[in-house]
Design a binder for this molecule. Structure first.
Ligand code: ACO
Length: 442
């Protein structure tokens, strides 16, 4: 059977090369055979931010950005959001198949049995300043978990990987809620294993003096759906981080902490926080023309718009927009929704956004719902991290067992100074080359 291939002619040498194409990709390492001369280095591909480079073969999430499609393990996100629960979706993502009833019961039991944290974790969290950002607390504390579970180093042991998976999915909501309560000076609330995954999280966040906290079922379900929507999203920045850190065979807590750190940036998981600030800043629909003008002048970005992969409406944003109304019926309307919808209408009508195929992404509406539910802005990326933990763990394990994977170690194109001799300190002149010509990024 003829295999697809790419024929490359090197016009430096006149040589022709056949590069096999598999799954729509050539192997970047096949380029290494292309050399200007036998003693020259082989050709490399240059791809800053890995925009057109597949770094792994994966079976977890599928995205078609042009069509606005997202599937976990083949199941459309719309069906999962409508019919599944976060814990069932987490099982699907981690194990590859939807669970049978008995496996699901066992899975729920196993996660629930790991919602408690060591008492020292509490003391550790108390050590953070009173106004520490909860995302910083989360990142630090997930990293610290590796010191509580030295068995996590046995990454090639299936039982160990399963144990750390349960611990991470079980404990991250507890740490997240503790981080919030700490930042508010509130007593920490222990997990209530009688409640659902999201019900327990709401209890740990909001329980006051009542004997038992009962979450509103509409809010509990809305949060569960939001968690489903955020559970995985193939090779984004934080997932790439979990794979890269995990590729050094660091333990999974360290790898997941690093992924959470990546998620905390405003270009990634903290964008919904920025959306609220942006909407509050413009105040009402009257502020939209001014905002659009600044965006088009390149002075700022329209946060919650645009996506590296989606060049169509983000399917998650569509589902979130629907949930918003159910939440508002319970907690009252968040007036920011009106500004957001008008902003979306104006932007989608504008050639600047249309020509660049910039549509609302998952973050455009999620913050508005979280805020209406009483979840503080600083917690938005933390909520994202809770949901994404199942995806990170699944991606980490897939990477570990992939025989083609090695320690992540990309190449660079070196454009710096040629070899030069060290100049003693006393011979370097003020205002010399170092000061005037070398302007580094720091
Ligand atoms: N507002 C205005 N212009 C934008 C925006 C935006 N939100 N996003 C992209 N553009 C423009 C760029 O200026 C660029 O225009 P140009 O060709 O005239 O220079 C063009 O669209 C392409 O933009 P890139 O930066 O090359 O796109 P990239 O794929 O690198 O960026 C990103 C994707 C980071 C998400 C970007 O769209 C952005 O900054 N959006 C706002 C932040 C945001 O909402 N992030 C959340 C993403 S979802 C998630 O992480 C969960």
């Amino acid at each position: 059977m003829a295999t697809a291939s790419l024929t490359v002619t090197d016009n430096r040498t006149g040589k022709r090369y056949e590069l096999p194409i598999e799954h729509g990709a050539i192997r970047a390492t096949d380029l290494a055979q292309i050399k200007a001369a036998p003693d020259q280095p082989g050709l490399v591909s240059y791809d800053p931010a890995l925009i057109n480079t597949a770094v792994c073969k994966s079976r977890i999430s599928f995205i078609d950005g042009d069509k606005g499609i997202l599937r976990y393990r083949g199941y459309p996100i719309e069906q999962l959001a409508e019919r599944s629960t976060y814990l069932e979706t987490a099982y699907l993502i981690v194990k590859g198949e939807l669970p049978t009833a008995s496996h699901f019961e066992m899975w729920k039991h196993n996660i629930t049995m790991h919602t408690m944290v060591h008492e020292n974790v509490k003391h550790f969290i108390r050590g953070f300043r009173y106004d520490a950002h909860p995302m910083g607390i989360l990142v630090g504390t997930i990293g610290a978990l590796s010191t509580f579970y030295p068995d996590a180093k046995s990454i090639m042991d299936l039982e160990s990987r399963r144990m750390q998976t349960r611990r991470l999915i079980g404990k991250v909501p507890t740490i997240a809620a503790f981080a919030y309560r700490h930042s508010r000076g509130l007593p920490l609330v222990y997990p209530d294993n009688e409640l659902s995954y999201t019900g327990n999280f709401l209890s740990m966040m909001f329980k006051m003096t009542e004997r038992t906290y009962r979450p509103h079922p509409v809010l509990e379900r809305a949060l569960d759906i939001l968690f489903i929507l955020h559970a995985d999203h193939e090779q984004n920045c934080s997932t790439t981080t979990v794979r890269a850190v995990g590729s050094s065979h660091a333990d999974p807590y360290s790898a997941v902490a690093a992924a959470a750190a990546a998620l905390g940036g405003p270009r990634h998981g903290a964008a919904n926080e920025e959306v609220i600030h942006m909407l509050e800043e413009i105040g009402s629909a009257r502020g939209i023309p001014g905002l659009i003008k600044r965006v088009k002048a390149g002075e700022r970005r329209l946060t919650g718009f645009g996506h590296r992969v989606y060049k169509n409406y983000d399917p998650r944003a569509r589902i979130i927009k629907q949930i918003a109304h159910e939440v508002f019926e319970v907690v009252g309307r968040n007036p920011l929704i009106d500004t957001a919808k008008e902003l979306e209408r104006v932007a989608l009508d504008d050639d600047y956004f249309a020509s660049r195929r910039l549509y609302p992404n998952v973050d455009f509406y999620s913050g508005i719902i979280y805020q209406a539910m009483g979840l503080p802005i600083a917690m938005f990326p933390v909520l994202f991290a809770i949901a994404r933990t199942s995806g990170w763990v699944a991606q980490w394990a897939e990477m570990l067992l992939d025989e083609e994977q090695k320690i992540t170690r990309p190449k660079q194109l070196y454009l710096g100074a040629d070899e030069r001799s060290y100049v003693p300190l006393e011979e370097r002149q003020d205002g010399g080359a170092l000061e005037t010509e070398v302007r580094g990024p720091l």
